[in-house]
Design a protein around this ligand. Structure first.
Ligand code: FAD
Length: 260
């Protein structure tokens, strides 16, 4: 989808990248306000104060991912060997001070050299996603600020991956020997590949001024938008973000109530 077809304050459908036009009575956007209002339509269709609020909406993504293909299971010194602990959520967050230090670097525009890492090994739950005996270790990594103080994410991607492996090696010393492949996903990659502005995993920061009746924009928290027949229904609306589907359900109920 390349554009929402908006004319004189009303949505008529969407235009695909191919140029094909899809007509619709209602358009529901489950992408963030930046894409919806500033990228996918001409902002001049919107009231000026609304556009200002959209521009003020904060994203500032702060996480990345490192996915590892492994030849064997990691062996954690805290609880060596295989076991049920590997089937749950694994976290490298040894103390509040550790996490605070990890965040300190992000405050000044650097990724954490010793990051806070949440991991899962999906191959222990569903072995079919890898060849027999091989495993995937999926690491959710904090903190990785979208805006770096120096350099670009394309330049720093591998250094970020190295920081994650160095950290893992302190807790699972066999990790370097069992890595077959690694995929490092920076906040910039989240933006480029998945359309998450500034790499924010929740389509916008979960800060108080952007929650509840103010998500995404004060006065526009009921899924409706200033454009007739255009509604918001994704993680940038209440009670997003997160994997729960509630914004979509709420939006559907509002629309049904409106159209009943
Ligand atoms: C790394 C990561 C970890 C996360 N961890 C958690 C967690 O542990 N718990 C939790 O609750 N939530 C987590 N989240 C957040 C959660 O995934 C989101 O809040 C949720 O997926 C939002 O759902 P949505 O349907 O509103 O939007 P999305 O899932 O963002 O769906 C929007 C869709 O629109 C598509 N799109 C974008 N641009 C276009 C276009 N131009 N044309 C067509 N399609 C387009 C996108 O590809 C995407 O499929 C995580 C997210 C990430 C990225």
């Amino acid at each position: 989808m390349a554009r929402i077809d908006v004319r004189r304050g009303r949505a008529y459908g969407v235009v695909l990248a191919s140029g094909d036009e899809l007509r619709a009575d209602m358009v529901l956007s489950s992408v963030d306000p930046n894409l919806t209002f500033l990228r996918f339509m001409d902002p001049s269709e919107l009231p000026d104060d609304f556009v200002e609020d959209v521009r003020r909406y904060k994203f500032r993504g702060s996480s990345g991912k490192v996915n590892l293909a492994l030849d064997a299971l990691p062996n954690f010194t805290a609880l060596p060997g295989d076991g049920p602990h590997l089937r749950g959520a694994l976290s490298i967050s040894p103390s509040v001070d550790y996490m605070e230090r990890a965040y300190d670097q992000a405050k000044y525009g650097e990724f954490s050299r010793r990051p806070y890492i949440d991991m899962v090994i999906p191959t222990l739950t569903d072995p079919s996603v890898a060849p027999p005996g091989k495993h995937i270790l999926s690491c959710f990594v904090q903190y990785a600020p979208y805006k770096l103080a120096s350099g670009t994410w394309d330049e720093q991607r591998e250094a970020f991956g190295d920081a994650v492996i160095d950290t893992l090696a302190e807790y699972a010393p066999n990790i370097r020997d069992i890595i077959l492949h690694r995929q490092v996903v920076t906040p910039l990659d989240l933006e480029r590949e998945f359309g998450l502005t500034e790499g924010n995993i929740f389509q916008g920061e979960l800060t108080l001024e952007q929650l509840f009746f103010a998500r995404p924009i004060p006065g526009w928290a009921q899924y409706q938008t200033p454009i007739r027949n255009l509604w918001m229904c994704g993680s940038a609306t209440h009670p997003g973000g997160g994997i729960m589907g509630a914004p979509g359900r709420n939006a559907a109920l509002r629309i049904l109530g409106r159209t009943a």
